[in-house]
Design a protein around this ligand. Structure first.
Ligand code: ZN
Length: 272
């Protein structure tokens, strides 16, 4: 599921290809939320950009002045692209031969879009920075159960992550086994990974991959991602037939998608 729906993509969502029809082998459904790294494609208006999940250092520093930006030249770029990274910095990617003034015009032209996204990023980063530190103890919901977790050293943090990955594997494989027959598909393998920009993906060979951080989401949301990927074993892309199939097997896909979009940075940065 591209966690990002077309609407998010308009502002440049994160990391998915943004396409409504990703190739048969991969699903971007699981793209993490867009706003952390919106990208807009200049030539085609500010819509249709790609987004990537942010990785990250989380601080409460104010985002940069909206008038400042940097230019990156790319020999592969065919079009001019306007990007805001997770820190709120504006980057304009220009094809090698494009004059620099194009960047200035682009930034000017999309100044309100930039300001809007920088404001959102600032709010999110502040919220993350205000959380109790992991060293002091932070509440995580693990498979829906609230628990105070603490990790002071790197070793403790690594141990916590291993524990969460094991819990994710157990919960996800259980849900895959429970739902695959309803959807009418055969799953050959389930892998639990640390995707930067996806919640999950499905390959034609029958392998499903899931982000271990799903264990920090409500079980109903984890189940939605499982159903979404199972559905991709029948229908690739995110067209009408795909969503109809998902709706037959999961009642509130829109609600689950909304939850993922709203909580994505919190989940993404849960151990930061
Ligand atoms: Zn998908």
């Amino acid at each position: 599921m591209s966690l990002d729906q077309p609407s998010v993509i308009q502002v440049g969502i994160w990391w998915s290809d943004g396409g409504s029809n990703p190739g048969p082998s991969a699903c971007h459904a699981d793209a993490l939320p867009a706003e952390l790294s919106p990208r807009a494609s200049a030539n085609s208006s500010s819509q249709g950009g790609q987004h990537r999940l942010a990785s990250a250092r989380v601080t409460a520093d104010p985002v940069r002045d909206k008038n400042s930006y940097s230019i990156r030249r790319s020999s592969r770029a065919r079009r001019t692209r306007l990007t805001i990274d997770e820190e709120g910095s504006v980057i304009v990617v220009l094809p090698l031969r494009a004059p620099a003034r194009v960047a200035d015009e682009l930034v000017h032209q999309h100044s309100s879009w930039i300001a809007r996204h920088q404001a959102k990023i600032a709010v999110r980063r502040r919220a993350l920075a205000l959380r109790p530190s992991l060293a002091h103890g932070r509440v995580l919901h693990i498979n829906g159960q609230p628990e105070i977790v603490r990790a002071v050293t790197d070793a403790e943090r690594a141990a916590l992550e291993r524990r969460l990955r094991r819990a994710a594997r157990a919960a996800i494989t259980e849900r895959v086994a429970a739902r695959s027959a309803d959807v009418g598909v055969t799953v050959r393998r389930v892998t639990i990974r640390d995707q930067r920009t996806r919640w999950g993906s499905a390959s034609r060979s029958g392998t499903l991959s899931f982000n271990w951080r799903l264990i920090l989401c409500p079980p109903t949301v984890l189940e939605y991602v499982v159903v979404h990927e199972l559905a991709h074993l029948k229908v690739s892309g995110h067209g009408t037939a795909f969503w109809r199939l998902v709706a037959r097997h999961y009642a509130d896909a829109a609600g689950a998608r909304r939850w993922l979009k709203q909580h994505h940075d919190e989940i993404r940065h849960a151990l930061d």
